[in-house]
Design a protein around this ligand. Sequence first.
Ligand code: BG6
Length: 491
Amino acid sequence: NNHTYCSMVIFGATGDLAKRKLFPSIYNLYKKGTLDKNFAVVGVARREWSDEVFRENVTASLQDSNISIEGDLTEFLSHFRYLAFDVTNAASYQDLHELLNSLEQEFSIPGNRMFYMAMAPEFFGTIASYLKSEGVTNEQGWNRLIIEKPFGHDFASAQKLNEDLRQAFAEDEIYRIDHYLGKEMVQNIGVIRFANAIFESLWNNRHISNIQITSSESLGVEDRGGYYDTSGALRDMVQNHMIQMVALLAMEPPIRLTTEEIRSEKIKALRALRPMTKDEVKQYFVRSQYGPGSMNGKEVPGYRSEPKVNPESRTETFVAGKLMIDNFRWAGVPIYIRTGKRMQEKSTKIVVEFKELPMNLYSKSENNVHPNLLIIHIQPDEGISLILNGKKIGMTDKTTPAKLDYCNHCIDGINTPEAYEKLLNDAIHGDATNFTHWDEVALSWKFVDVISEAWKEDTSSEFELYPAGSMGPKAADELLAQDGFHWWPIG
Ligand code: BG6
């Protein structure tokens, strides 16, 4: 099984992502035996840390996370080394190369090397080309590059980044992270669709009236104002996470559950996304920004008063949109998405609304027949609900909605692994299914670029703010109302 024996080099090892996500995930994989004796972790960053200081930080990160630490950490930590690093200096890469050689000896690792980019994206290209030119990738085993978002800022910059990476790594060596693809219930979309006769046979425009995907956050921009103000919700959430969920919901059944087949169906679905002209963007997309408001009874400031945010910023912290997939299966079915910061609650949910029966005997107004809904709860609760109609109990022929719930964490002893743990595990095993292929990234940037250009050019129109703690601006409700729909409550 030594194809999973590897060294992991983490660029940006002193940063937030390493601390909050990567070290706890590595520890969980260690506890489960995926990583056993034959692995090494090299933390790389600018700071002059010793191995000891690095290990103390790893320990602190485990203690601060909510994972359970079993026994003594000494053996685990003995696999961790630190290297003070200058990403623009060839000598640093030579040091890294030597260190990896010696760790591979020490832990009997057959030259497999994973390079994890968990730092400022401007250096991704530089690092990749040095890794190649200094021979760090030149070993016997496999080389894999794991790369965090943002993957570019628009199509042109993403393409440039991709070309830089491709100088040193082949497409099948590049693992582009979209951590939503590591979430348990996002991975469940395929199972719900393709392992259940009752859903797949209805999964089309004859039976589905619309789909709604909401990913709301209650936090504001926190200390990320500097990054976020140049990004906005469209680039931060829509280009990646939201469009990935759309692709999984809309794709055709793959002929096999392999990386290539699944990706190629997702790509086909994205190719069918109806393109917009800049003039049409207004009809399909709504942007907004949070103003002051109250969250759980506490007053919170508006976006423009957040640290490191331009006080006149027109960056959107909320996006709602209507996507049309112009193919046989989906013609005429809107897929609505919405996402934002400082909304009422933290929640990601998908609601699939089914069409009414051709002749509904019970749909007289007093009966109030409810449309059938399939709700996929991504987070914080994980599970599915189905809304059906039942008969109201008693001497009446009235109907009442009945809700069937399946809840993942209601099952005793089930503790779903974090997205990052699953993705790291996949990368160690060489499974790229839950990472985004370049073609997916390219198509989603092209789709999103039209929207950002239209918004950038439109400097005159009023910006309708939404109060912090709400579900967004009225315009987001009107987007559905004009089609005769409304957002289903997410609570
Ligand atoms: C990240 C965004 O990709 O996703 C953040 O950069 C956002 O702004 C986060 O908060 C949301 O992820 P999750 O897993 O908390 O829904």
